[in-house]
Design a binder for this molecule. Structure first.
Ligand SMILES: Nc1ccn([C@@H]2O[C@H](COP(=O)(O)OP(=O)(O)OP(=O)(O)O)[C@@H](O)[C@H]2O)c(=O)n1
Ligand SMILES: C[C@](O)(CO)[C@H](O)COP(=O)(O)O
Length: 219
């Protein structure tokens, strides 16, 4: 079965507060995004990799690839206004039938094991997302103040989120709503259940300067 991944890096990185977009910040001597693409190439030499980048950053990315002698083959699609629109642009380059994963460009520490697991389970379950346990006590804010809730009833969601191509294309044909924060929420809006797979705790989304410190320690 043909397999693809859409690596989304079309965001503004406002919470990072850096002049250089966070996907290009160096971790272990090379841009975050290069680690991410390498993880997927390691998974499968034949995988179609589609990188979604804002149009105005694409020349800079090509320049970085030359400087770092980066040779992981990939296609480039234009970033959109929200993550939803960026995924939709990438998805336009994917052909059915097959499996397609969607992965945040700023999650470079996903393990080979988790990538393999999500694609394998998607052959059977059609829509698979990696999750990890909540490891701290969780409180819910209420009108009266706050209350402890049972952490075992919640999971933290990661990527790659892997789907049958036809299913994801149909889902992304829906009108955008701000409740679509990930691909699972888009698929679920059609009434299709998603299957939870075990993620890896190191698979953090590099969002703030603190995450970069953790990232350097993880390498
Ligand atoms: N218009 C957008 C917005 C987000 N993303 C991508 O979606 C992933 C998860 O988004 P997040 O980490 O929240 O990134 P930003 O939106 O860039 O961050 P911020 O909210 O701090 O601006 C990132 O890889 C980001 O580049 C995207 O491709 N296109
Ligand atoms: C897709 C995602 O990474 C899953 O955790 C997340 O929903 C996107 O992050 P954002 O901060 O809500 O953009």
């Amino acid at each position: 079965m043909k397999q693809s991944v859409i690596i989304v890096a079309g965001g503004k990185g406002l919470r990072m507060g850096s002049d250089l977009p966070k996907q290009f910040l160096p971790v272990g001597g090379k841009p975050v995004l290069m680690h991410t693409l390498e993880a997927f190439r390691k998974y499968d030499a034949m995988l179609q990799i589609i990188l979604v980048l804002p149009r105005e950053q694409q020349d800079f990315w090509k320049q970085l690839c030359e400087e770092h002698h980066f040779s992981v083959e990939h296609l480039i699609a234009d970033g959109g206004e929200t993550r939803f629109h960026s995924v939709k642009n990438g998805l336009a380059l994917v052909e059915a039938p097959g499996l397609v994963g969607v992965h945040d460009g700023v999650r470079p520490f996903v393990t080979l094991e988790v990538i393999r697991r999500c694609y394998k389970l998607a052959e059977q379950h059609k829509a698979v997302i990696p999750v990890v346990d909540v490891v701290e006590t969780l409180r819910h804010l209420t009108d009266a103040g706050s209350e402890t809730v049972s952490r075992t009833e919640y999971k933290l969601v990661q990527t790659p989120q892997v789907f049958e191509v036809e299913l994801l294309k149909q889902a992304y044909g829906q009108e955008f709503t701000p409740f679509f924060t990930d691909d699972a929420s888009v698929v679920e809006a059609m009434g299709v259940p998603v299957y939870l797979a075990e993620g890896n705790r190191e698979n953090i989304k590099i969002t703030t300067p603190f995450d970069l410190k953790i990232g350097s320690a993880l390498l």
